[in-house]
Design a protein around this ligand. Sequence first.
Ligand SMILES: [Zn+2]
Ligand SMILES: [Zn+2]
Length: 392
Amino acid sequence: MAQSHSAKRLAARRLAAGALLLGVALLTPAGRAPAPEAPLIREGVVYVVPFQGVTAAELQRAVWALRTQLPQPVQVLPTREVAASTAGEVSAEGVLDALLRDAPDDTFRILGVVHAPLVSEALGPVVGYARRSERALVYSTTRLPGVATEAARRRRVRRIIAHELGHTFGAGHCDVKCVMHSTETATDIDLLPDHYCAEHRAQARAAVQQGLDHPDAVAARAAEQLRLGAWQPAARLYREALGTRPDDVRLHTSLGVALMADGQITAAREAFEAGLHFAPQAAQPYYGLAVLYAAGLAPGRAAAFLEAAVTRDANAVRAHRAAGILYQDVLRNDARAVRHYEAHVQKGGRDPEVIARLTYLISPAMLTFQEPEVVVARWTAAGLMVARATWE
Ligand SMILES: [Zn+2]
Ligand SMILES: [Zn+2]
């Protein structure tokens, strides 16, 4: 009994990564109706963490720049060590995650200032970095071309911080005259305007006005913790957000994902079922239940929930991809996996992983679809997967 329970727990943990992928794809916060403001707003604190090698002058510029951008109190935390690669570079994503893991409870935003050059796993060398709608931002004091005056240095730091803060407020890159314009090189920073465009200014203002306890802010913190794999803090925050938004299907589903990943299978099922109750046409809770049952609770029931999810999903290409992978990897049903991969391709999807998996499952073969398009896919003896699309 104990063994079977722990096997289920293991299976659930193994699936957590898959569930999170679904979560990331499906649960991105969309626009919501404005909620009434809480009577007392906890505004939170803006923390600054200097990493080793940052000078007092550099730190002071960061503090000054934050004070020009945000009304919250700014506090400097003790200097931290940073793990650099052999080339002396520091992972931008790694710094953000380290900042968030140790962030004080009342963190509104947390800025890391590093001396070493930053490298993003996704983008390569960067001057600054922040993940959208997460509270951490970082920039490096190196890789910046020298400027003569203190005023020019401050202005540049303020632009970097305004830009990265904009990402934390949810902004992407901006095409109009705006500090959120994409910058490819360090010298580009000096060409950026100082300020946000009207849209991004409004977004920044809204985040500041929301403070820490607005349901959007709580839900964003929950999503941040979920991405970090901090299942219990994530679940606690989703429950807090549900206190003000009890009928929000996204919150129920995300809570279910956090609980499932934490091995709390019964509570996870209840969360997904609550989501279904409030939004019977939403695909997400069905995906959640499919993953949950597939994880060991009742694998035989998973397929029905998965098919229900696919029919409800507005994005058919994504849905067939997810369903195919779940059938192939977890439910061990290759025939159904092939059907979903083929549907992915027929509906215009060209995900390389789907093509590769389809290639593997049907190899060696040639697939002809109803369009005048042929996908040639072969599994070679050397194990190489080849797939290409041609026009007849
Ligand atoms: Zn950017
Ligand atoms: Zn803008």
